[in-house]
Design a protein around this ligand. Sequence first.
Ligand code: GLU
Length: 298
Amino acid sequence: MTLVTRFAPSPTGPLHLGHAYSAILAHDFAKSKNGQFLLRIEDIDRSRSRPEWETQIYDDLHWLGLFWPEPVLCQSTRTAIYDAALDDLWSRGLLYPCSCNRKDIANAASAPQEGAPLLGPDGIIYPGTCRTRWKQQGSSGKPRPLSIPLRLDMAEALQQTSSLFQIDKNTAWFQEIGEGPGAESGGVRFTQAEMLETVGDVVLSRRDMGTSYHLSVVLDDAAQKVTHVVRGQDLFEATRIHVLLQALLNLPTPIYLHHRLIRDQAGKRLAKRDDARAIAKFRDEGATPEDIRAMVGL
Ligand code: GLU
C-alpha cells in the first residue's frame, strides 16, 4: 500500500514558519518512503478564505521545493459529500440542533452547581442545554435543519461505536508515531468517560459552513486515502474526535504523526496574523528554502 501524507492549510492568511515545518515534514516523510504527498485546501470557512491566500500557498510551497499531484482537493467543492454524511448521522439519531451562542454556553457551564467550566478541544464542554430540550420535544422523524448548528450527541455516538472501545470494553486507541504535547506516543488510549467529560457534544455542522473542521477532515482524509496524518500538536486533542467519527462513518483510521509547534522568541505559538514570520516575507528579504529549513530545525 502506498504511504500517503497531506498538508491541509486554510487560505485565511499567509503561511508562516510553522506551516513550512508541517508541510516539509509531511512531504519529506512521504518521499523517504516512496509515498505520495498531497495538498488539500481547507476553505470551508467562506467568510475568512481568500483566493489570493490560496494562490500564495501554491507559490510558497513550490518555492520551498514541494510538489503534489494536481488537481488539488478544495473543501469548498465537497459540500454534497459533507451533506450526505450529515444526513446519515442525522437519520441515526446522532445529531441535534443547537441554538446556544457562546454566552449561553459560558453561562450554563458556569452555573454555581456546575463548578468551573471544563475546557475541551473546541472550548467549553457543551452543557447539553439543547440536547435536553430536543429529547423532551420528541425528536424522531424530523428533517435535518439546514441553517442551525448541529451537535453530535456524544453519549449516543459512544453507544453506536461500542466495537471501537475494545480494551476493557471501555478504551479505544489510535497509533501515534510522532508525539502529543505531553509526549504521548505509540498506542494512545482514550476512554468513553473521557469522551463524555473532556470532549462532549462537539459541533459537526456550523452555521454558514454546512459542515465543521472535524467532519470535513475525516471525510477528506478518507477520500484522499491518506495513510499518515502529519500535523501540529495543537490538533492532538482533536484526534480522539476524528477516530470516533471515522468509526461512526465506517472510514479507516490513519496513523497520526503530531509534531512540535514552531514558536516565536517569547515561546508563543505562531498564528496566521504573525506576518513577521510569513514565508513570503523571508522570501522577499532574500532567504533561500534551505534557510527556511534551517530556521525550523530541519
Ligand atoms: N486546516 C487545518 C489548519 O490549517 C489543519 C487541519 C489538519 O491538519 O488536520 O490548521
